[in-house]
Design a protein around this ligand. Structure first.
Ligand SMILES: Nc1ncnc2c1ncn2[C@@H]1O[C@H](COP(=O)(O)OP(=O)(O)OP(=O)(O)O)[C@@H](O)[C@H]1O
Ligand SMILES: [Mg+2]
Length: 250
């Protein structure tokens, strides 16, 4: 589904965020990315749909090279890739349903957008997505009147309404209590297992990565230092990712 080869990215500030990263993601899998703060996890996720331009390397998504494809092809691929961030970035005053439909506004005429006149078929898709994240009862509630966990589930429903097959989740549970975090991660997991989506999820909690992912990638100082099936993760692997920087060789 996704193949990254020799990806590197530095910022104008001089920070080298990614160094020669390569990995392949299988369809329907849940991959967790672990790494200390500043390791490059968010940069990596943002490079995939080219929200950030990598300096070097290639990103292949469903057979298309996103680093060289046309703008039209990139736009088409971006519909299939959704980024879910730590803060759900919902429009606070709009309903859960309106937020779900936001990703589809470009395909509507101007007057429909202006008057909030959505075609029935699109409303049904939005409601169906909210049902899949078990928030149908909250469809008409304002986003800012939902809990943090519910807001994250609306963000996931928005990704589903968008038609995304790949969800890039950047610390989606960082601001949630443990129970709400479990609900959100269980949901992402079941979307992989039951509905065939693919998830790549940046996490800071090793326990969550162990509990929900099939595979763990470890990033440290911009380098991929670990790529392992989750059930083979051991203490040495965790040290490899998080060992104190005073022990760095480079
Ligand atoms: N917009 C930016 N401009 C300059 N440097 C940046 C920018 N964004 C990130 N960096 C730098 O790039 C490196 C990687 O940052 P990134 O945000 O990808 O790390 P991260 O692993 O997501 O960290 P965290 O776990 O804290 O979210 C860091 O050294 C950071 O300071
Ligand atoms: Mg980050």
């Amino acid at each position: 589904m996704l193949q990254i080869t020799q990806l590197s990215k530095s910022y104008r500030s001089g920070a080298i965020a990614l160094r020669d990263i390569s990995f392949t993601i299988k369809p329907h899998s849940f991959t967790a990315i672990l790494g200390p703060s500043g390791a490059g996890k968010s940069t990596l996720l943002r490079c995939i749909p080219r929200l950030l331009q990598p300096d070097q390397g290639q990103i292949w998504f469903q057979g298309l090279n996103l680093t060289t494809c046309s703008t039209k092809e990139l736009r088409f691929c971006r519909r299939q890739i959704a980024l879910v961030a730590q803060q759900s970035n919902l429009v606070r005053r709009r309903s859960a349903l309106a937020n779900c439909l936001a990703g589809r506004l470009p395909e509507l005429s101007l007057w429909r957008c202006f008057l909030n006149q959505y075609p029935t078929s699109l409303l049904v898709e939005g409601l169906s997505a909210l049902n899949r994240v078990q928030l149908l009862d909250f469809a008409f509630q304002r986003a800012d009147q939902l809990s943090g966990g519910q807001q994250q589930r609306v963000a996931i429903a928005r990704a589903l309404t968008q038609g995304a097959g790949l969800i890039l989740a950047d610390e989606p549970v960082a601001s949630l209590d443990p129970n709400s975090a479990q609900v959100v991660l269980s949901l992402l997991r079941s979307l992989c297992q039951q509905e065939g989506l693919t998830v790549i999820c940046n996490l800071h909690q090793v326990e969550f990565a162990k509990q929900y992912s099939d595979r763990i990638l470890g990033i440290r100082a911009g380098r991929l230092v670990l790529d392992t099936p989750t059930d083979e993760l051991d203490e040495a692997d965790i040290n490899q990712i998080y060992r104190p920087s005073s022990l760095e060789k480079d």
